[in-house]
Design a protein around this ligand. Structure first.
Ligand code: ATP
Length: 456
């Protein structure tokens, strides 16, 4: 397995230093485990989501998109089982007054004695576990009474099920077909933490794939492989990624089989995405609670059935964290440590940095001309401030795969150097060939150099 220098602290520090992600409401002292995304973080996460949409929509023709409301009828959560059962077991410590997720005690630190787990310190006095519902409650309209209670959605999936009939009518699809959604979900996690791994507000990328019941097992296999491959194609090292089938006692009430794709984060192997065979649980539950028949009827054959559902459910923030962690690298160069994000070029927030060597002699003008030619084709950044070494270092830390440097020779022969983030190779290229060369490189298959390192 390739050796990692990465720690969660280093990723958090880099994200703050380079404006990817920082604690929210910082000027007011922060609000535990909520984060704001800065420029490069927004670009990175939107590239992650764009790659997901590409895999779900652009690369195939059996999935359609939806964007449902965050606030839904409270009956949705009654039917889905969330009101009664979307709970985590919680314990209180009578000594320090803190609360902990009872099934995560072994991963948590006792606040007064961080070297111990909660319950293990000499003063700890934990209560018995009780169920805590993770849904955020709010009120719709000006009167806060029980009739106005609504919930911030704890998952995007239910917004898909309740629109099954609409989609069947308008999308002209028949099973097997899928409905995909990306959007915010909210869970009042008892113990959020580990940066953006577990927060109370996060983005999900979920797809419900509706299939004839007899095909459910086949499609379940299919989606496990397809989703695993999505992560490796975007550069995650296969030796840091595994598919872990749930044990019978881990399965949710709705699921006959679930597998998690787990990534080896610095905190250990943890869930990145779940793929579940949900059977007909959801469509039947909403049929029962709403009175609307949610089934497929084939007018030609007269066939009628309630489709079964295979659900790949991923987290956009958690995937972003995995890509950041996997990309983080340090190397010694001439006595200096270079920190570099070896992100897949398709995920990199900026694809090309254009850097005039000096801020005179016509170099900035030529550099701006190059930026104008590349703009619209790839995210390009112009940077003329500070020494060239510092500017390269900055681009390495945000994961920019290519640096184009304009120098004295450029003014004479209209050539520039193209620097490769990973190999540090520099080559001389004519300005007129640059767009084509960079476009081809950005679309070529890419394997992280970390894998080559571990093989050698
Ligand atoms: P966990 O066991 O980590 O609490 P889960 O099994 O409850 O997660 P799902 O309901 O399957 O998670 O949600 C699908 C995906 O949404 C997860 O794999 C994860 O990527 C993401 N996700 C869930 N909860 C959070 C959270 N609190 N913060 C960030 N991402 C989350």
């Amino acid at each position: 397995m390739s050796q990692d220098v990465v720690t969660m602290e280093k990723v958090v520090a880099l994200c703050k230093r380079r404006g990817f992600i920082f604690p929210s409401s910082e000027i007011y002292g922060g609000l535990g485990s909520t984060y704001d995304y800065g420029h490069y973080g927004v670009l990175l996460k939107s590239n992650v989501k764009a790659e997901w949409w590409r895999a779900m929509i652009s690369d195939r023709d059996d999935i359609v998109a939806i964007d449902s409301a965050i606030l839904q009828h409270p009956k949705v959560w009654e039917a889905s089982g969330h009101l009664a059962g979307f709970t985590d077991p919680m314990v209180d410590c009578k000594t320090c007054g803190k609360r902990f997720r009872a099934d995560h005690l072994g991963e948590l630190a006792c606040p007064p004695k961080p070297s111990k787990h909660p319950g293990e310190g000499p003063e700890c006095e934990l209560t018995g576990a009780r169920d805590f519902n993770l849904m955020f409650e709010t009120h719709v309209g000006p009167v806060a009474d029980t009739a106005s209670i609504a919930y911030l959605r704890p998952e995007t999936a239910q917004g898909i099920f309740i629109n099954f009939k609409n989609v069947l009518q308008f999308a002209r699809k028949k099973p097997p077909f899928g409905i995909a959604q990306v959007g915010k979900s909210f869970r009042n996690e008892i113990t959020p933490g580990n940066f953006i791994f577990r927060t109370r507000e996060f983005e999900q990328m979920e797809m419900e794939f509706f299939v004839p019941p007899a095909e459910a097992a086949t499609w379940y296999e299919y989606w496990q492989k397809a989703r695993y491959q999505w992560y490796t194609e975007l550069g995650l090292r296969p030796d840091h990624l595994m598919l872990r089938p749930h044990e019978a006692d881990e399965l949710s009430h709705y699921s006959s089989a679930t597998s998690d794709i787990e990534y080896l984060f610095p905190i250990g192997w943890s869930e990145l995405e779940g793929i579940a065979n949900r059977g007909d649980f959801d469509l039947k539950a909403h049929t029962e609670h709403s009175g609307e028949k949610l089934e497929y009827f084939d007018q030609g054959s007269g066939e009628r059935f309630v489709p079964h559902v295979i659900e790949p459910a991923a987290g956009a923030d958690r995937a972003t964290l995995a890509f950041l962690v996997d990309a983080y690298d340090e190397e010694e160069i001439e006595g200096d440590t270079r920190t570099v994000l070896r992100l897949h070029p398709r995920l990199a927030p900026v694809k090309v940095a254009v850097l005039p060597l000096v801020r005179k002699d016509g170099q900035p003008e030529v550099a701006r001309e190059i930026v104008a030619a590349l703009r619209g084709r790839m995210t390009t950044e112009y940077d003329e401030g500070g020494s060239i070494g510092k500017r390269y270092r900055r681009q390495d830390e945000i994961g920019t795969p290519y640096g184009v440097t304009v120098d004295h020779q450029t003014i004479e022969d209209r050539t520039v150097t193209v620097r490769d983030r990973d190999s540090l190779a520099q080559e001389r290229v004519g300005i007129d060939d640059l767009t084509e060369l960079l476009t081809a490189r950005l679309h070529a298959p890419w394997v992280t150099p970390k894998l080559a390192d571990s093989a050698s």
